[in-house]
Design a protein around this ligand. Structure first.
Ligand code: SPQ
Length: 449
C-alpha cells in the first residue's frame, strides 16, 4: 500500500496551495476519524447563549472561522464568551433585549448564518443602532430574503441595491408579529424571523415550502422558548417576550464535513472508514439517502441522542456508485453537500441529474458554475443547468490546477476528487477549508494509506 503525497504550501500572497499527488497504484483510505463540530449548531449555541440569562456551556464547538465571526460579533454586543476551544466554551448571557450598542461595525466575515440570524436579533432591539458587514463573498450574497420579512415586522434596515447587500445599517425597533410564508426553504430565513419574534409582542410564524434544518427550533425549545410546530404545513410559531436560560450544549460532528469522507471512501477502491460521532438529524441526512440511491455502502452504528440531537458513527466501504436524480424536497436536506455529490457523480456509472438547487448560486460562491468549471478542468463532464447540474459519470480525471474560489466546500470537494485523479492536482486558495474544517488537510493525510 502507498499513500498519496499531500503538500500544503503558503504562497507569497498568504494563500495556500494544496498539492495532492495520487500514487499510480495502491491508495486506499483507512481508519476511524472524528470530524469537527457542526457549524450550524455551533453558531446557534453561541447566539442563544449570548441572549439567554445565566451561563451556557458548549462542548465540541467548531473552531472554524465562521463560529469565530459569530463569537466576535456577540462579544461586541455585550456577551462574555470565553476563548474558543473544543473542550468547553462558556458564554455569559446578557438576557434578551439587552444588546449594547457596539462602537464599531459588526463583521460577520464569510458567514451567511452569522449575518442573517444576527439581523433578526438586531432589528428587534428598539432604540439601538447597528451596522453589519462581511468579506467580499458575504457582501455579494442576497440579504433581502431576511430584510423584506423583517421590514414587514416594521424593522428599519438600509443597504446597497435596494437594501439587499451588506454593509447594512439597522435602527432597532419594537417589531410586530407576522405570519411569513417564505418562498424558499431556508433555515437562515426561518431562524432570522423566529429570533426576531423572540423579543416581539405576540406570536410570530414562519411557513416554508419544504422543511429546512431544524437546529434553531430544537435549541430554542431547550433554552426555554415557547414554540409550536406544525409538520403538516412546515410551520413554526414562536411566542414573543420570551425568556431564555443558559444551557449545556453538546455539539455533534458535522455531517456536512463527514460527507467528504463518505464520498472519498466510496470512490477510492479498497477503502474503509468509520466517521465517529456524526450528527444525523433527519433534516440533514439527505446526503445519506442520496449516496444510498447511488449504491454507496454506508452503515449507521451506535445510534444515540446527545443533548437533543441524534448522533451515530458512520462506517463506509468503497463501492461502485451509480447515477441517480436528486431533486425536490430532499434538496434543502443536502444543499451543502451538493459540491461533494458532484464529485461522487463523476465517478458513478451513468448520468446524474441535480435539479431544484438554484440556491447554490448564492452560497459562498456560485457553486453550480464553480464546481462545473473546476471539475471540468480535471476532465469531468458537468453541464450547468439553471438550477443544478447534469453530470456524466465514468470519466477518468486527470490532475490539474484548480481553485476553491475562496469557498470552503469547493476546495475540499476538489481535494477529494484529486484522490482519484491521475498525476498531481493543485488546489489554489485551499485555506478556505478553515471556515468549517480547520484540520481537513491533516485528516486527509492521516486516512490516506
Ligand atoms: O453560513 P453560510 O455561509 O451560509 O454557510 C453554508 C455552508 O455551506 O456552510 C451555505 F453556504 O451553510 C448554510 C446552509 O446552506 C448554513 C445554514 C444554517 O446554519 O442555517 C443553512 C443553509 O443555508 P440556507 O440559506 O439554506 O438557510
Amino acid at each position: 500500500m502507498s499513500a498519496a503525497v499531500i503538500t500544503l504550501k503558503t504562497q507569497e500572497n498568504g494563500s495556500d496551495n494544496l498539492m495532492i499527488q495520487r500514487p499510480t497504484a495502491g491508495l486506499s483510505l483507512q481508519g476511524r476519524i472524528l470530524v469537527p463540530g457542526d457549524k450550524s449548531i455551533s453558531h446557534r449555541a453561541l447566539m442563544l447563549g449570548a441572549i439567554a440569562e445565566g451561563e451556557t456551556e458548549i462542548q465540541g464547538l467548531l473552531l472554524g472561522e465562521d463560529p469565530r465571526s459569530t463569537a466576535h460579533c456577540f462579544r461586541a454586543l455585550g456577551a462574555e464568551i470565553s476563548e474558543l476551544n473544543t473542550e468547553l466554551v462558556r458564554v455569559k448571557g446578557i438576557g434578551l433585549g439587552n444588546f449594547q450598542e457596539p462602537l464599531d461595525v459588526l463583521n460577520a466575515g464569510n458567514s451567511g448564518t452569522t449575518i442573517r440570524l444576527m439581523l433578526g436579533l438586531l432589528a428587534s432591539h428598539p432604540g439601538r443602532f447597528f451596522t453589519v458587514t462581511g468579506d467580499d463573498s458575504l457582501r455579494s450574497r442576497p440579504m433581502s430574503r431576511v430584510v423584506k420579512p423583517l421590514q414587514q415586522m416594521a424593522a428599519e434596515i438600509w443597504g446597497r441595491k435596494d437594501n439587499n447587500l451588506a454593509p447594512l445599517a439597522i435602527q432597532g425597533q419594537a417589531l410586530k408579529p407576522i405570519h411569513y410564508h417564505s418562498p424558499i426553504a431556508s433555515a437562515q430565513v426561518k431562524s432570522c424571523i423566529l429570533l426576531a419574534g423572540l423579543n416581539t409582542d405576540g406570536k410570530t410564524t414562519v411557513t416554508e415550502p419544504a422543511l429546512s434544518r431544524d437546529h434553531s427550533e430544537r435549541m430554542l425549545r431547550a433554552f426555554g422558548a415557547e414554540l409550536s410546530i406544525d409538520p403538516e404545513t412546515n410551520s413554526v410559531t414562536v411566542t414573543g417576550n420570551a425568556k431564555l436560560y443558559g444551557q449545556k450544549v453538546v455539539v455533534p460532528g458535522d455531517i456536512s464535513s463527514a460527507a467528504f469522507w463518505l464520498v472519498a471512501a466510496s470512490i477510492v477502491p479498497g477503502s474503509e472508514l468509520v466517521v465517529e460521532n456524526v450528527g444525523v438529524n433527519p433534516t440533514r441526512t439527505g446526503i445519506l439517502e442520496a449516496l444510498s440511491m447511488m449504491g454507496a455502502d454506508i452503515e449507521m452504528e451506535n445510534q444515540r441522542e446527545v443533548a437533543g440531537e441524534p448522533v451515530a458513527d458512520l462506517r463506509v466501504r468503497s463501492s461502485q456508485l451509480k447515477s441517480c436524480t436528486i431533486a425536490g424536497d430532499i434538496i434543502p436536506r443536502l444543499i451543502d453537500e451538493i459540491p461533494i455529490l458532484a464529485v461522487a457523480a463523476t465517478f458513478a456509472e451513468g448520468t446524474t441529474i441535480i435539479r431544484d438547487a438554484a440556491e447554490l448560486r448564492v452560497k459562498e460562491s456560485d457553486r453550480i458554475t464553480v464546481m462545473a468549471q473546476q471539475l471540468n478542468k480535471m476532465g469531468g463532464k458537468i453541464t450547468e443547468l439553471p438550477d443544478g447540474m447534469e453530470i456524466t459519470g465514468g470519466t477518468a480525471l486527470v490532475g490539474a490546477e484548480v481553485d476553491s474560489h475562496t469557498d470552503h466546500r469547493i476546495g475540499m470537494s476538489l481535494a477529494i476528487a484529486a484522490l482519484n485523479a491521475s498525476g498531481t492536482t493543485t488546489i489554489h486558495r485551499a485555506e478556505a477549508a478553515a471556515i468549517s474544517y480547520p484540520n481537513f488537510t491533516s485528516t486527509l493525510t492521516e486516512v490516506c494509506r
